[in-house]
Design a protein around this ligand. Sequence first.
Ligand code: ADP
Ligand code: AMP
Length: 215
Amino acid sequence: MNILLMGLPGAGKGTQSEQIANDYLVVHIATGDIFRQAIKEETPLGLEAKRYTDHGNLVPDEITNGLVRERLSQEDVKANGFMLDGYPRTIQQAKALSENMDSLGSKIDAVIYIDVDPEVLKARLSGRISCGNCGATYHKLYNPPKVEDTCDACGAHEFYQREDDKPEKVAHRINLQMESIQPILEYYEELGLLHRVNGDDSIDQVYNNIRKILG
Ligand code: ADP
Ligand code: AMP
């Protein structure tokens, strides 16, 4: 099964992806995670991407499309299917993905859009914290680790706030992506692939609704 998980920053894509990947055994591919890892390792891709991510801007399509094309052609993805998280984010990316799927002889089975009120997104991003060791994400108030200051996934005690989640960057990211996401939603709606879920609900409720769609 090949799934696209879409939503504005803070909609809950990463949070829901963890559960979906566990239950459906698809390969989770998050372009934001790939860029953050490359930036941490200071690879050429990372150095280029950082010029955009630092300002909350989108990395250019040619770079992002090339990266996804390469990842989708790998054996684990071909064997298990994928869940793309945070891609496509422009209509050019959506069209490039369609061409890519055609050339791989594959198709997208479902597009899930997690719909959340923009004011809610700001509160979510301002409280988001990530584990410094494994990258698992939490929210200081809405989804804290089960044991205080201890990552549920790996037991580490170091958490950090993403640079682009600082208040001055958040509004810019949301506004920018709100504009670029609309034509993509229309594109998948016309293809009959789009499913919207109410992302203002609790994490478990959102997941239940996603399960109903994916079956
Ligand atoms: P995205 O990957 O779409 O940017 P995340 O999954 O990282 O979003 O979620 C953003 C923040 O909101 C995180 O701190 C997460 O713990 C929290 N969160 C996610 N889903 C919900 C929800 N349904 N209700 C409340 N908080 C949520
Ligand atoms: P995310 O973790 O999904 O919030 O992404 C973090 C940052 O990575 C974004 O603000 C962009 O700078 C960059 N990024 C992630 N996905 C894409 C994409 N599909 N196209 C362009 N830039 C992206």
